[in-house]
Design a protein around this ligand. Structure first.
Ligand SMILES: [Zn+2]
Length: 358
């Protein structure tokens, strides 16, 4: 059967997801976001559930943690609803658009310019300090975004990367920062809306789960069409070891194996605190799109647009197109590769849950 591929907008993606959920007989709950989208549309997190409400084995599949990355995640969730179902004894929970505002505005960040996966730090402690970010903050997001400024700042950033090395550069730029609210990879100054939503609803989403699998869908890192499983845990953690038993290769951020920097404040690293008595096996599934420099240039342009430009002005559509192209590829061959890998990962998770020692 043919799949429609990636939707052109958040609203269309949401309509397709809800239609597929309805057709599959899923139980659906909608949680409204307090703000409207770019065209005044209502925003929200939609949760579709399939399978026994009292199941002891539960799988969450989550899209749109990083807004714009939801174009792919949403299409994969819709694909799952139209082609698969929950095996006996397992409940599958699809969380659609965890960061709906970013999805609708074609941004990776949320309504507060916050990267949701840098916001799940322990806010009872002082926020982590990323001192070196401050030294290049003015280069990453300059006040102007004309050709001359882009060329100059990009050259300076390359020079800095040459001095400290590419891995260190990735860490400085993308591991998270809490001191520059209009910068990139900003973690915020407290719990944002999606964070509070998860904290409130996590135990309900887990239900009667004794075992919980989580696949959090992302795009923008790694080789084109390749899907890498990334764990927030270190190699000797039981959750990581279960992950490798389920899926084979899982890369640990903490051990520096992954395409991702070892970052602070990702939600998978915090979820155990919200559902404390559940055995959790979780990974981000990260699909590669374009090269890292193109991704960073898109994020810089987006941050500039919202800090110093006019998000409703003439140049905004071009920036949004640049961001979308960095995180989603409308080439059917790309989505076919992504979908094949997604099917494999979800099937492996469901198999592991149904065969777990009870
Ligand atoms: Zn992401």
């Amino acid at each position: 059967m043919t799949t429609p591929g990636l939707a052109p907008s958040y609203t269309t993606a949401r309509q397709r997801f809800l239609a597929a959920a309805d057709h599959a007989g899923a139980r659906v709950a909608t949680h409204d976001h307090p703000l409207a989208g770019r065209e005044g549309e209502q925003l929200g997190i939609d949760v579709a559930e399939i399978g026994d409400p009292a199941a002891g084995d539960v799988l969450w599949i989550v899209s749109g943690t990083h807004g714009v990355e939801g174009f792919t995640g949403s299409a994969l969730q819709t694909h799952w609803l139209t082609t698969a179902t929950a095996p006996p004894g397992v409940r599958v929970v699809l969380v659609h658009a965890f960061n709906p505002y970013g999805f609708a505005w074609v941004r990776r960040v949320n309504e507060d310019n916050v990267d949701l996966n840098r916001n799940f730090v322990d806010w009872s402690e002082p926020a982590p300090i990323n001192e070196r970010y401050g030294g290049i903050a003015h280069l990453l997001v300059p006040e102007r975004w004309d050709d001359e400024t882009v060329a100059f700042t990009t050259t300076r950033l390359f020079e800095y990367a040459g001095e400290i090395g590419l891995d260190a550069m990735q860490e400085v730029v993308s591991s998270g920062q809490y001191a520059h609210p209009s910068g990139v990879f900003y973690g915020g100054s407290g719990k944002v809306w999606s964070h509070r939503w998860l904290e409130e609803h996590a135990s309900g989403l887990a239900g009667q789960a004794a075992r919980l699998g989580i696949v959090d869908l992302h795009t923008g890192l790694g080789p084109w069409g390749h899907g890498e499983l990334i764990s927030h845990e270190a190699g000797d953690d039981p959750g990581y070891q279960r992950g490798t038993a389920w899926w084979g290769e899982v890369r640990s951020m903490q051990d520096g194996e992954s395409v991702s920097a070892n970052l602070s404040g990702d939600w998978l690293g915090r979820i155990a605190a919200f559902v404390p008595d559940v055995e959790i096996t979780a990974a981000a599934l990260e699909f590669g799109t374009v090269d890292t420099v193109s991704v960073l240039q898109a994020l810089r342009a987006d941050a500039w647009l919202h800090a110093h430009g006019d998000p409703d002005g003439d140049g905004a559509a071009a920036v949004r197109a640049q961001v979308r192209a960095a995180f989603a590829d409308d080439d059917p061959a790309w989505f076919e590769a992504v979908r094949t890998r997604f099917d494999e990962v979800v099937e492996q998770a469901l198999l592991a849950l149904t065969t777990a020692t009870k």
